[in-house]
Ligand binder design. Structure first.
Ligand SMILES: Cc1cc2nc3c(=O)[nH]c(=O)nc-3n(C[C@H](O)[C@H](O)[C@H](O)COP(=O)(O)O)c2cc1C
Length: 374
């Protein structure tokens, strides 16, 4: 039998890969004061064990003002200009590179879903596109305010600085997290953005923040080291999904990115990463009949990572549809440090243990077994 596309090499942006199985970004809340720990070095190095695999890091704060998670703030890594942070990432990245694999760091600003008191401890405000909190967040509703235009420009600059730091630490690229109801996605969605300036009020304007970040980061480090993640069908954190509005909104974003690439191939992003309608945040979902990523796939002619609810069979089938699709695995990568080896050899997969997704220490993190080599 010929090798399925999933296990064939592909060049994604500047990175040569040996296969099309990608480790999806997975928050694991085990950093120490925003510094990736030695345990993280072990965890990522394990998952890089098949040479030529692309790993996307857990979501990583671009700056202290971009965080604000109640109860787990310091457990999320950062990538701002702090010597210990950069040194921590260097160790993780050296581990991944020692196995011959690649890493993109996922750049994160959580915007309005942060906690006001946590942000105040570092002297920052709770901000979003508009003074709209997610439904049920009474504390957020009291405090959240709209970013001013100069503040939006500063945010874009923070993404640029973070991307440069990621490369300084040795990363192969960065993924801009424009999915799952975080800051760029809050701008994209009409129900979290009621601005009347150039950042709201129309499809073009709601897309502007994400596109400005993408353009600025690409100009700084090269588009062949930049990917972006979108979740058109995710309702997580109060993002509205709507038959009339979602499709044109996200089509526009894909069209804009394809347009930039057509004008100049140097501006082609290394990939777009899109979440399937059968995943919503960190859980499964039942897609509605009108929810499909095919319209976006027909617009964007570059490399595409599709993630959400894949198993071996559906991953092979989907990667077979063309010669530019990669498949992101989330939960199976948590539970299988040698996932690529197991998929290639059709070996049984370990099921994930949900209670230890976010707990401290090695349990459920570095203690999942490798399959015995045949
Ligand atoms: C524990 C956990 C943490 C996650 N953290 C992130 C994250 O940091 N950034 C992100 O974009 N998605 C995150 N996700 C979503 C995954 O990347 C992925 O889209 C989702 O798990 C669906 O894929 P799967 O069915 O292969 O698990 C997380 C999912 C889980 C289960």
């Amino acid at each position: 039998m010929t090798t399925p596309n999933l296990f064939k090499p592909i060049k994604v942006g500047a990175s040569q890969l040996s296969n099309r199985v990608v480790m999806a970004p997975l928050t694991r809340t085990r950093a120490e004061k925003h510094v990736p720990s030695d345990l993280a070095v072990e965890y990522y190095t394990q998952r890089a064990s098949t040479a030529g695999t692309l790993i996307i890091s857990e979501a990583t704060y671009i700056h202290p003002s971009a965080g604000g998670h109640k109860g787990r703030e310091g457990l999320v890594p950062g990538i701002w200009g702090d010597a210990s942070i950069i040194a921590g990432w260097k160790k993780v990245i050296q581990g991944i590179h020692s196995k011959g694999s690649k890493i993109y760091i996922q750049l994160w600003d959580i915007g309005r879903v942060a906690n006001y008191d946590v942000l105040q401890q570092t002297g920052h405000d709770l901000v979003g596109p508009s003074a709209i909190a997610q439904a049920g967040d009474e504390d957020g509703a009291k405090h959240v305010r709209a970013l001013t235009i100069p503040e939006i420009k500063q945010k874009v600059q923070l993404y640029v600085d973070a991307a440069k730091n990621a490369l300084e630490a040795g990363a192969d690229g960065v993924e801009i997290h424009s999915a799952n109801g975080y800051l760029p996605d809050q701008f994209i969605h009409w129900n979290s953005n009621n601005r009347t300036d150039e950042y709201g009020g129309s499809i073009e304007n709601r897309s502007r923040f994400s596109l400005e970040i993408i353009d600025a980061v690409s100009a700084a480090i090269g588009a062949d080291r930049v990917g972006v993640r979108f979740s058109p069908w995710t309702t997580f954190q109060d993002m509205e999904v709507n038959e009339e509005k979602s499709l044109p909104q996200f089509k526009y974003l894909f069209e804009q990115l394809e347009k930039r690439a057509k004008e100049n191939e140097k501006n082609r992003l290394s990939y777009i990463h899109v979440i399937e309608p059968r995943a919503d945040g960190i859980s499964d979902a039942i897609p509605k009949q009108w929810q499909s990523n095919d319209p976006f796939r027909n617009i964007w002619t570059g490399d595409l990572i599709r993630a959400g609810g894949y198993n071996r069979e559906t991953a092979i089938e989907t990667a077979q549809e063309d010669d530019r699709t990669l498949i992101g695995f989330g939960r199976y990568f948590i539970a299988n440090p040698d996932l690529v080896y197991r998929l290639e050899n059709d070996l049984p997969l370990t099921h994930w243990d949900r209670p230890s997704f976010y707990t401290p220490g090695p349990h459920g993190y570095t203690d999942y077994p490798f399959h015995k080599k045949e």
